[in-house]
Write a protein that binds this ligand. Sequence first.
Ligand code: IPE
Ligand code: IPE
Ligand code: MG
Length: 238
Amino acid sequence: MHIGIIMDGNGRWAANKGFPRSFGHRKGAKQVSEIIKSCPKLGVKTLTLYAFSTENWNRAAHEVSSLMRLFRGYLQTKYLEIIRNNIKVTFLGDTNPLPNDILMQMKNLEKDTALNDGFYLNIALNYGGRDEIVRSTKKIVRDVLSKKIKTNEINEDLFESYLDTSNQKNPDLIIRTAGEKRLSNFLLWQTTYSELFFSDKMWPDFSPNCLAEAIENFNLRVRKFGKEKQRIKKPVSF
Ligand code: IPE
Ligand code: IPE
Ligand code: MG
């Protein structure tokens, strides 16, 4: 099962307690580790975390740099733990505008975990769903022009293989915290048939128990993918 999480509400969590927003982000990063640890027990095989959107650059410069510092520190301190736990890390998003040293950390982590298969962790960093679709389109055009593929070979499967999530299953469930009910440019292509779950908890308060509740709720749902209600028995053939 693949779950995507829009981790929202760090700023409000901190403000409600009279702390600066950066403190909320730090607490949010701690919560990320708790949630990752709980995933295997809950039957989650892939987790995609929305860490920084293409629109988040529009925040105050000091908040953006405190987030970059946090990513840098997180990748450094968790490096060995991730490798030891057989986690494969993939970054989603446009890496170009990120600071060089963070980019190197990301590349090394992807390379050093490429063969891991215990758990799949996608981190969406400078990610935007529209940006991903535009970047994929450019790659397809490049391959058409260089005659690697033909225009009439372009279909949904081929397009999907050019996305940052190529070769991955689409998310079954998307969770958003902090009471907001929107996607904010998260996985626009991949969420076509994902179930959505909204929690009022701020991200730093979203515990493994809250994740378990979201999964329980998901398990009660009937997914139809455009068909009539799922049949229990196979249809009679004539
Ligand atoms: C989510 O928390 C973290 C990021 C977007 C990086 P916010 O920082 O959006 O928290 P609120 O929504 O302002 O409370
Ligand atoms: C979405 O949260 C992005 C991440 C969680 C990284 P935002 O807080 O940026 O989204 P909006 O601005 O409320 O839509
Ligand atoms: Mg927010």
